[in-house]
Each structure stands twice: as C-alpha cells, then as structure tokens.
Design a protein around this ligand. Structure first.
Ligand SMILES: [Zn+2]
Length: 176
C-alpha cells in the first residue's frame, strides 16, 4: 500500500484568504504553471468504519481508496490549508492521483485554487464536506448550480476533467 503523508503537503505558493466562492479559500500567492503539484492530501489512514466526525475534522476527511480514508483527529488543532479548498464548476486544479492536486492550467497570483467535486465525489453521505456547497455559486459561466453526487457522469464534466479524476471514479468511468 502506498504510504500517505501524516498531514497534507501544501505548496508554499498557496495561502489562505477570503474566497469569492465560499468563506475562506486557498489563494495562489505566486504564479503556478500548468501541471505543477500544489497539494498532496494526508492524514491518518483509516478504514471507512473508523472515520467519525465526532473525532475527526470533517473537512480533513478524504477518501483515498475503496475502504481507505485519510483524516485528521480533532485533537490536532493546527491549520491545514487543504481544508479551505473550494469547489468550482470550472476548477483550475484537478487530481493527478488519489491524493495529489495539480494545476490544470496556468494560474496567476491572486487566483483562488479550486477542485471540482465532480472529479472525486460520488456520494453525499452525511459529513462529507461538500454538503455546505450543494447549492453552488462558484461564478463559472456554466455553473451547475445544484451539485449532485453523480455529476461525474455528466459528459461535460468528463470531457473537462479528462485525466484528472480520482482513480476511484476513473475506474467507475472505465467500467462504463
Ligand atoms: Zn458552480
């Protein structure tokens, strides 16, 4: 099994700041080139049954594989910038593997870093951190407005993010 980081790695080109989309976001403080790695998600590696929002930070919870999740315990109170990562229907970043976030295009200093939930989410289970954004106001010209757990099935989403889906969803796509 791959060794996952105990905490997320965040590019030093990123910082927290007010978001035009939702609350606090992740902002580029320097230009980022297409393909550049910007985050690697980490946390305690846990089976699904051990993930519990009573003891884990809800926005830190990330599914790595079928029954493998990453999460930070509530006892860890240090900030982790990936918890501020917002959804956009025209996200400038995407996944290179189950934990690595890369720039899909060149990003300028001051731009907000975003990831489309349609590239990794396939369930709206209670506690999944996109719930507070189910009604999207990301500002994209083709914003989907109501985010759903099957957005990954939409042809436009598949086309836009080709090669940048979570491997779990990619396998579901490949199965047809
Ligand atoms: Zn949107």
């Amino acid at each position: 099994m791959r060794r996952y980081l105990a905490r997320s790695w965040i590019s030093e080109k990123l910082e927290g700041g007010p978001s035009a989309i939702h609350g606090m976001g992740v902002i580029a403080r320097a230009s980022i080139a297409r393909g550049e790695r910007v985050m690697e998600f980490g946390g305690l590696a846990l089976p699904g049954e051990a993930v519990d929002t009573d003891i884990h930070r809800v926005r830190s919870i990330w599914q790595a594989d079928e029954d493998l999740w990453l999460a930070l315990p509530l006892t860890d109170t240090a900030p982790s910038l990936d918890e501020n990562l917002n959804h956009s229907c025209d996200a400038n970043c995407g996944l290179a593997d189950e934990v690595t976030l890369v720039a899909r295009r060149d990003i300028e200093a001051g731009e907000e870093i975003t990831l489309d939930q349609g590239t990794w989410n396939y369930t709206f289970e209670e506690g999944v951190y996109t719930v507070d954004q189910a009604h999207c106001s990301c500002g994209a010209s083709d914003c989907r407005k109501d985010l759903k757990e099957d957005d990954w099935k939409l042809p436009a989403v598949r086309e836009r993010y080709r090669g940048h889906f979570h491997p779990l969803l990619q396998r579901m796509i490949d199965r047809g």
